[in-house]
Design a protein around this ligand. Structure first.
Ligand SMILES: *Cc1c(COP(=O)(O)O)cnc(C)c1O
Length: 385
């Protein structure tokens, strides 16, 4: 019987660890073995093989992730996109239809708009803020609804409770990309979502040194997704499993720091006279603040803002900062800064960007775990140059 632990800080350290410890090892060893001896397994999916996602390194991670989100089952994948594409392709086939929140992560948006038509899967986008408009997009063949916990780069929080009740009322599978919040700040399964997905590349690993993903949720669905993953081949290598496992142990500490630091930096920026607008769900001025307060235990480390003076001022600010690394991606221990229009949202048309409220001067920051005062001091000098 696996022991159960009450608090997430303790689960991160102890849940899913081998019992008894392997040769007494305190840290989970890496099982760098493609296959394992046959012991009478009767199903293809139960043969022990790295691609079948069932080596000791996979199993330990699955049990830890299950404990973190209080779910039934989990599976780790080779990347966040492997988690998203495999989960969707397990639920949807030719003739089916998906409702997806507009303003999704770029890779997901590209996958839906670029690949679904060729697969014969229908797609409509919904406004996460306007539940009244969702029913008109339903079709008899609608099978699932896909949303994100917080949108990129404006950090909007959809009406997530309405998403769950809408999915239940219409027998849809509800999927949520929980990458930006992490299980420390939000546990979708507790609120009724069927599947929670992660790019573990970001906060869960936290050290910007691997690409990995996970799907967490209902046992029957996770079994289907695991079998699809076994066919499509997007399994996580044992060495990456080990790095993810090690990174996750400090998730609670890191998120506490990301949450506190991002809120302080958002408040600093909001009060600065050179700043036009700040988007951070922890600010009272953010339209999603009420929902975020109800649903989340913290507001995470992502924020975006527009300096006064347009694109020139934005580029000057980015050039003048010394501390952040200018790079897309997020969720690592180092502060990253980027102008989404030139990176993550370069593929989005000008009309769509305007409709979604993503201005050319918008700067996105993934706040790292450096000392908050040092980041603020650097931002202050960059704004005053
Ligand atoms: C990065 C990211 C992904 C994709 O993850 P990869 O690990 O790069 O494949 C999906 N969703 C969100 C919200 C992300 O930030």
């Amino acid at each position: 019987m696996a022991k159960s632990y009450k608090h997430i800080e303790t689960k991160l350290i102890h849940a899913g660890e081998p019992n008894p410890r392997i040769m007494g090892a305190v840290s989970m060893p890496i099982f760098q073995s493609a296959m394992f001896e046959y012991t009478g397994e009767t199903s293809y999916h139960d043969l022990k093989y790295i691609r079948l996602n069932n080596t000791p390194n996979h199993v330990a991670l699955h049990q830890k992730l299950v404990a973190l989100e209080n779910a039934e089952a989990a599976v780790v994948t080779a990347s966040g996109m492997a988690a998203i594409s495999t989960a969707l392709l397990s639920i949807l086939s030719a003739g089916d239809h998906l409702l997806a929140q507009e303003c999704l992560y770029g890779g997901t948006h590209d996958f839906l708009t670029g690949d679904f038509a060729g697969l014969g899967i229908g797609l409509d986008f919904i406004d996460g803020d306007d539940p009244g408009s969702w029913e008109s997009k339903l079709r008899p063949e609608t099978k699932a609804v896909f949303v994100e916990t917080m949108t990129n780069p404006l950090l909007q929080v959809a009406d997530l409770k309405a998403v769950v009740s809408f999915a239940k009322a219409h027998s849809l599978v509800s999927l949520i990309d929980n990458t930006f919040a992490t299980p420390v700040n939000f546990r979708p399964i507790e609120w009724g979502f069927d599947l929670s997905l992660h790019s573990c590349t970001k906060y869960l690993n936290g050290h910007s040194d691997i690409v990995a993903g996970a799907v967490i949720g209902r046992a029957g669905l996770i079994e289907k997704i695991t079998h699809k993953l076994n066919h499509l081949g997007g399994s996580l290598d044992p060495h990456a499993c080990f790095l993810l496992h090690r990174g996750m142990k400090t998730l609670a500490l890191r998120m506490k720091c990301h949450n506190e630091s991002a809120l302080s930096i958002a408040r600093f920026l909001e009060e600065h006279q050179a700043i036009e607008k700040v988007n951070y769900p922890g600010l009272e001025s953010h339209p999603g603040h009420g929902r975020a307060r109800e649903l989340f235990d913290g507001f995470s480390g992502m924020l975006s803002f527009e300096p006064k003076g347009g694109v020139e001022a934005a580029d000057r600010f980015i050039q003048n900062t010394n501390l952040p690394v200018v790079a897309p991606s997020l969720g690592g221990i180092e502060t990253l800064i980027t102008r989404p229009v030139t990176t993550s949202h370069a593929g989005v048309s000008i009309e769509d960007r305007q409709r979604l409220g993503i201005s050319d001067s918008l700067i996105r920051v993934s706040v790292g775990i450096e000392k908050t005062e040092d980041i603020i001091e650097d931002f202050e000098q960059a704004l005053n140059v």
